[in-house]
Ligand binder design. Structure first.
Ligand code: GLU
Length: 441
């Protein structure tokens, strides 16, 4: 860690993600001298390569805009590079390195052969029109197309990138590459190679994982009050499944504040989240404006200020602080499943783990999204489409298996399960073993 801190000062998200994994694997690593001999850790924390490029496009006023695009190909030990693209004003190489690093372990947990990658741009979708989004996506692909391919590197969505953006990017990819293999991107439209349930999969998977977490503790989601942060694709899928499983979603939030929903979110309100996302206004207050009797908006507050049983951070890294964790506990919360990537600050995780709150990390909880991307790749390679039921069965199986891996590697001497350790060690063992078997490359 000291070497990395000196080499990459200021890359705080990346250093945070690496530190968490290294702390988790220390004991196992020391039991395997062959890993040390082959310098597995030193190799694993460095991305294989990073592409960085200028993206220039013209906005609706005819003005020329310039952003920076990136693709971080992190690790290919267990398969081709795989991971999403994030469009957000705060995107930096540090953010994408942390996300690519996390993705490597997450993908290893899915049971599918996928390496880790991440990419994106500091382009800010907020306030952009549909035409501007299209022009940006096309300009971004003008550079990215040369770095990706269905057997090399398969991007997908992430914050700020959903079905619409994937569509625009694929359209441009086809023109540039003269390749018509839809397997180069996942999260596509259902009529042109997209997998049924991929849009829902991250949120659905998170709730399946939560069920696996609760059942051994003799608990069930049914009847629980759930607080959700965000209102994007992940929060949307989580709300649908929470409702289906009989839970009550009592809060959703955005950068502007929180909407308390005392009687629980309805299907109509969940559908409206899609409208809010497509509007690019990035305001959760719009929910309270649309449904004034059901949702009450408070500016500047987080979802964690609303009393709940289960907290589901579904928005952004480090969105839940130690103080938030304490507020949750004081308000009766007893479980937190991290759905966003690195959504909880280290102090919050420490607090949960030492105060009897069930906690599971993003790389296990949210892996259903990329796992279903893996299923989309399989369908594309076979030129077939599975039914929703087939995909859902596989998703259930994958989340169950991820939970089992966490239990296998995270069970402590007192019988409790440290899900952070479990997920990190399980992912690490798979990637490290593959790297060892493939020699020093
Ligand atoms: N961005 C998602 C994640 O963080 C999905 C990536 C994918 O489907 O490739 O896992």
């Amino acid at each position: 860690m000291a070497r990395l801190q000196a080499k990459y000062p200021g890359e705080s998200e990346y250093l945070q993600a690496v530190q968490e994994v290294l702390e988790s694997i220390e004991e196992v690593y020391n039991q395997h001298p062959e890993f040390e001999k082959s310098r597995i850790v030193e190799r694993m924390v460095e991305p294989d390569r990073i592409f960085s490029f200028r993206v220039t496009w013209v906005d609706d006023r005819g003005e020329v805009q310039t952003n920076t695009g990136y693709r971080v190909q992190f690790n290919s030990a267990i398969g081709p590079y795989k991971g999403g693209l994030r469009f957000h004003r705060a995107v930096t190489p540090s953010m994408l390195k942390f996300l690519g690093f996390e993705q490597t372990f997450k993908n290893a947990l899915t049971t599918l052969p996928m390496g880790g990658a991440k990419g994106g741009s500091d382009f800010d979708p907020k306030g952009k029109t549909d035409e501007e989004i299209m022009r940006f996506c096309q300009a971004f692909m003008l550079e990215l197309w040369n770095c990706i391919g269905p057997d090399q590197d398969i991007p997908a969505g992430d914050v700020g990138v959903g079905g619409r953006e994937i569509g625009y990017m694929y359209g441009m990819y086809k023109k540039l590459a003269r390749e018509y293999n839809t397997g180069v991107l996942t999260g596509k439209g259902a009529t042109w190679g997209g997998s049924i349930l991929r849009p829902e999969a991250t949120g659905f998977g998170a709730l399946y994982f939560t069920q696996n977490l609760l059942h051994p503790a003799g608990k069930d989601i049914k009847g629980c009050k759930v607080a959700v942060s965000g209102f994007g694709n992940v929060a949307w899928g989580a709300c649908i499944k929470a409702l289906e499983l009989g839970a009550k979603v009592v809060a959703i939030s955005g950068p502007d504040g929180v909407c308390a929903i005392p009687d629980g979110i309805t299907r109509e309100m969940i559908d409206y989240m899609l409208v809010m996302r497509a509007s690019n206004r990035d305001r959760v207050e719009d929910m309270a404006t649309k449904f004034p009797a059901a949702a009450h908006f408070t500016p500047g507050k987080k979802a964690w200020s609303i009393p709940c049983d289960i907290a589901l951070p579904c928005a952004f890294q480090n969105e839940l602080s130690e103080d938030d964790a304490k507020e949750l506990k004081a308000n009766g919360c007893w479980c937190c499943c991290e759905v966003s990537n690195m959504g909880c600050q280290p102090g919050a995780i420490h607090f949960f783990q030492h105060n009897g709150i069930l906690f599971a990390p993003g790389k296990a909880v949210n892996a259903g999204g990329v796992a279903t991307s893996g299923l989309e790749m399989t369908q594309n390679a076979e030129h077939i489409s599975w039914s929703g039921q087939e995909v859902d069965e596989k998703l259930h199986f994958i989340l169950k298996s991820i939970h089992e891996q966490c239990v296998k590697f995270g069970t402590q001497p007192d019988g409790s399960v440290d899900y952070v350790k479990g997920a990190n060690i399980a992912g690490f063992m798979k990637v490290a073993t593959a790297m060892l078997e493939q020699g020093v490359v």
